[in-house]
Design a protein around this ligand. Structure first.
Ligand code: SAM
Length: 307
């Protein structure tokens, strides 16, 4: 199945803010839906750099490089954004966007091992060219640490029972086996949700270091933005959205007054201005249920006062 881009026009329009030229970063190229729309709105001098760590996304990106010389793909994590741009001599940019999480092709291909709905090898790596698979990772993690991952990243109440059952099972080589172990261990299934949904999400987030990457990405995105440049990020669950919201809030609000009532000249260190927070429309949710949980947050780079 191909990937239906979420909040496509909303994100690209917010990123451009009426510009039609400049340098832009799509930190999660995927199948290039956002990048293609972005390119269609830019003039011949503009440049778009895509990042993705999935080798399959790179195949689509390589085709686009052939079709459009304004586009270049970078096979790296967006957690290394600043260094990757510096290595290529790319200076400040006009916009940075990210559409977090997994793509539909990643979920739909049984052999990528992301889905409990499709039996395949228990892999779950976005970059399947390196690092341990989920099966290997589960073998090495201690039961208590696993329970903590399932609790924190899956927000799963029965994390301890599930971790115990997983560790008791020995080497689990397929998604179907893991799904069954979780199902049996789970005492209370939620309506409309497979018992393994939360556990699969937690393991995926952990092995791909998804939250760590977002945490290091956001300050770098801010540093590479020109004044008035835009940051636009789409997230799909509350753990991601919280990181983005807190980051924008911290950078958009005046620092706390620590002068204990003594009137003091305070330096204005705000670096971002909040622009918008957008959800998918009813029509989009109907056409693409994956967009139901999406949040787009947009902020703009401010010039530092006095600089
Ligand atoms: C939701 S998809 C993006 C879809 C894309 N916007 C489109 O319209 O086709 C997310 C993509 O980001 C990639 N990705 C996730 N985390 C990443 C990271 N830390 N660095 C680079 N790419 C990442 C995934 O491999 C996946 O291809």
């Amino acid at each position: 199945m191909s990937h239906i881009s979420v909040l496509l026009h909303e994100t690209v329009d917010a990123l451009l803010a009426d510009r039609n030229t400049g340098i832009y970063i799509d930190a999660t190229f995927g199948r290039g839906g956002h990048t293609r729309l972005l390119l269609s709105k830019l003039d011949e001098h503009a440049r778009v750099y895509g990042f993705d760590k999935d080798p399959q996304a790179l195949e689509t990106a390589a085709q686009l490089e052939q079709e459009d010389s304004r586009f270049k793909i970078i096979h790296a994590s967006f957690g290394d954004l600043k260094q990757e741009l510096e290595e290529r001599g790319i200076g400040l940019v006009d916009g940075v966007m990210a559409d977090l999480g997994v793509s539909s092709p990643q979920l739909d291909q049984a052999e990528r091992g992301f889905s409990f709905m499709k039996d395949g090898p228990l892999d779950m790596r976005m970059d399947n060219s390196k690092g341990p698979t989920a099966a290997e990772w589960l073998m090495h993690i201690e039961e208590e640490a696993l329970a903590n991952v399932i609790f924190q990243y899956g927000e799963e109440r029965y994390s301890r029972r599930i971790a115990k059952a997983i560790k008791a099972a020995g080497y689990i080589d397929t998604t179907a086996k893991l799904a069954e172990i979780v199902k049996v261990a789970h005492p209370k299934w939620e309506k409309h949700k497979h018992a393994a949904t939360r556990t699969f999400q937690a393991i995926r987030i952990a092995i791909n270091k998804e939250l760590e990457d977002i945490e290091v990405f956001l300050p770098q995105a801010l540093e590479v933005l020109k004044t008035d440049g835009r940051l636009a990020v789409i997230s799909f669950h509350s753990l991601e959205d919280r990181l983005i919201k807190q980051f924008i809030q911290k950078e958009a609000n005046l620092a706390e007054d620590t002068s204990w009532g003594m009137p003091q000249e305070r330096e204005d260190t705000r670096r971002l201005k909040k622009i918008s927070r957008v959800r998918a429309s009813d029509e989009e949710v109907k056409a693409n249920p994956r967009s139901r949980s999406a949040w787009l947050r947009v902020a703009e780079r401010l010039a530092l006062k006095g600089k």
